[in-house]
Design a protein around this ligand. Structure first.
Ligand SMILES: Cc1cc2nc3c(=O)[nH]c(=O)nc-3n(C[C@H](O)[C@H](O)[C@H](O)COP(=O)(O)OP(=O)(O)OC[C@H]3O[C@@H](n4cnc5c(N)ncnc54)[C@H](O)[C@@H]3O)c2cc1C
Length: 412
């Protein structure tokens, strides 16, 4: 076996997985990892509200790729080589059991992200990966055709290597993206994904914490549409439906400076006309009941009161007094309520970056650059991002493992 020297830039999920895969596949390889901050695996530690949503119980690559607004097409082949089943087995082989929640998200049975952090750091130690913290990579230079790289560290030292992995995560144009750019790569501009919406609207006031099981949300002007649980927050709206919409629309919503009209169907996909007919039936069946007190839908009572008030129903009005016009207005509030979004906030549970190294410039069999031989990429530094549910870590494990295996082999 050859004895390549491999440098890993970034001590996050992707960097660790790559370093371990490389060092385990080729014990002769010298694997050096540099982490800019004092903390290794910082995002793993805070992830999933401190529980770490490691992956998702979705084992069919064709289904899995549908959870990636960016990168799905490229990940299809990669997932046929390393998918959630492999992640589960990898952790199990190291004594870490994962469990599946009802919605498919997978967590360590300890419900503690420290279990994952410890497993990764222990595995890196056993594989003799040399880890250095508080020491980042500042600059990189190619030393000529096929002869490796000269890497300048933030402490001024220069180290050479045969293979270089950039696994610096998402975020601003600094860090790994600047290194990739310098080595000839194109960068898709980074913008946030997985954010919540700022909405200042009387209908939502003081209802923070209230959730609706299945809401349909859309931005007609941008042709965006999603469905799922929706949570009313102190500042507007959050929950899976909103986060998914923000992920699929990450670039388009940035294009309108996060100011747009959101249409909400509080009954999922139920058409406006059906809702209107159901309201008419409620009017016939309960003519003497007060509208505010007789809610024909499975909507939280307090919210129903807000919606009928917004439609223009008087507080004491009884059903028989509701005109067809008013009925249509209530139906509109329920099935096609419009809300003015004034901005975004980051989701505290999980947020990722849309954008990064252009995917067409990377060979997804090995994660090697097509532009600069010897250079590899893994994780969120690539223009890959998933919706919430463990998909972002899965992309980091898959691309990290593929890169690690590839860097271990061949002649250096
Ligand atoms: C609060 C939060 C919770 C999340 N929860 C989940 C979850 O439960 N499940 C899920 O699937 N996803 C989750 N995510 C997303 C997930 O954390 C990321 O997609 C994932 O961490 C990406 O891994 P990475 O290794 O590519 O990047 P990172 O984890 O960001 O690691 C990159 C590392 O590189 C270092 N670095 C940067 N520049 C340099 C440099 N020049 N030199 C050396 N080092 C450098 C950084 O300091 C960092 O440690 C969450 C994200 C956040 C912010």
């Amino acid at each position: 076996m050859s004895k390549p020297r491999v440098i890993i830039v970034g001590g996050g999920a992707a960097g660790f997985f790559a370093a371990i895969a490389c060092a385990e596949a080729n014990p002769e390889a010298e694997v050096l990892m540099y982490e800019l901050t004092a903390n290794l695996l910082a995002k793993v530690r805070v992830s999933g509200g401190g529980r770490c949503n490691v992956t998702h119980a979705c084992f069919e690559p064709r289904d899995l790729v549908k959870r990636y607004p960016r990168g799905g097409r490229e990940l299809l082949g990669a997932f046929s080589r390393w998918q959630p089943r492999d992640t589960i087995a990898w952790f199990a082989a190291r004594g870490v059991e994962l469990k599946t929640e009802d919605d498919g998200r997978m967590f360590p049975i300890t419900d503690d992200s420290a279990t994952i952090v410890e497993c990764l750091t222990r595995s890196a130690g056993s594989a003799r990966v040399q880890v250095r913290t508080s020491c980042g990579v500042k600059e990189v230079e190619r030393m000529g055709e096929g002869t490796g790289f000269a890497v300048t560290l933030t402490n001024g030292e220069t180290v050479t290597c045969d293979r270089l992995l950039i696994a610096t995560g998402g975020g601003k144009m600094a860090g790994g993206l600047a290194l990739a750019l310098k080595l000839g790569h194109t960068i898709e501009p980074p913008v946030p994904s997985l954010f919540t919406f700022h909405i200042d609207d009387a209908r939502l006031k003081d209802l923070a914490g209230l959730s609706v099981e299945n809401a349909g949300v859309s931005v007609t002007s941008l042709k965006l549409r999603e469905q799922g649980p929706l949570l009313i927050t102190h500042w507007g709206m959050s929950g899976p439906a909103i986060l998914r919409l923000s992920a699929w629309g990450a670039r388009a919503l940035q294009g309108v400076d996060y100011k747009f009209t959101l249409t909400v169907n509080w009954l999922g996909g139920r058409p406006l006309e059906t809702v209107r007919n159901e309201l008419a039936a409620a009017r016939t069946a309960n003519p003497r009941k007060q509208v505010v007190n007789w809610n024909p839908f499975a909507l939280p009572q307090r919210f129903w009161e807000r919606l009928v008030a917004a439609a223009g129903v008087a507080p004491t009005a009884v059903w028989t007094s509701v005109s067809n016009q008013l009925l249509a207005a209530i139906a509109g509030q329920i099935a096609a309520g419009e809300y003015v979004v004034a901005g975004k906030s980051m989701n505290k549970e999980e947020f990722v970056t849309c954008g990064g190294v252009r995917l067409g410039e990377v060979d997804f069999k090995t994660m090697q650059s097509r532009v600069c031989p010897g250079l590899f990429f893994a994780g969120e530094v690539l223009d890959i991002d998933g919706i919430t549910g463990g998909f972002n870590f899965q992309a980091a494990w898959t691309t990290g493992w593929l890169a690690g295996k590839a860097m271990a082999g061949g002649s250096a």
